[in-house]
Write a protein that binds this ligand. Sequence first.
Ligand SMILES: [Zn+2]
Length: 75
Amino acid sequence: MPVYEYRCPDCGAVFSKMRPMSQADAPVECERCGKRNARRMLSRIAPVRREDGAGASAGGGCAGCSSANCSTCGR
Ligand SMILES: [Zn+2]
């Protein structure tokens, strides 16, 4: 199984997990706080780092915008 990197928007923890490819984008349980909000980081190259990461995921826009980047929603 491939290893993916995940980041928890609640506590900011970044960790990697081995998952089947079919579940790569499903939320996973955070290793630090236990919430199931951690999202896959799409790239190891210069991930977008925000102080609290509220809803933002690297390369995937956020919950508040429908396009692929957050330039349309002000984040
Ligand atoms: Zn967490």
